[in-house]
Design a protein around this ligand. Structure first.
Ligand SMILES: [Zn+2]
Length: 98
């Protein structure tokens, strides 16, 4: 049996995968640090305190974090990564790393 397939292009805007989650005001370091509580795995090679210090709070899944100031997202942390250096590389304009 021969089926004929018709390619249907779905119109519409391209899917945006960026999740903008507005939590409580993450501009405070203590709030950001708290966001890692219970969700940050000990296997992740970066210290939550170091992340919170340079503006990042936990976003998830996994080791994904977001800057409370420039809203840039970083994940895939490697052993020896410096949160400040990675933040600067991502967005040198961010007020948190200036
Ligand atoms: Zn930033």
């Amino acid at each position: 049996m021969i089926h004929s397939f018709k390619l249907v292009e779905t119109p519409g805007p391209t899917t945006t995968t960026t999740i903008t989650r507005t939590r409580t005001n993450m501009k405070r370091e203590a709030d950001r640090l708290e966001s890692y509580n219970g969700v940050w795995s000990k296997d992740f090679p970066v210290d939550p305190a170091a992340l919170a210090k340079v503006g990042f709070y936990f976003m998830g899944p996994n080791d994904r974090v977001q800057c409370a100031f420039c809203h840039d997202v970083i994940e895939g942390w490697q052993r020896g990564d410096c949160p400040l250096v990675r933040h600067k590389r991502l967005n040198a304009e961010c007020s948190m790393v200036l």
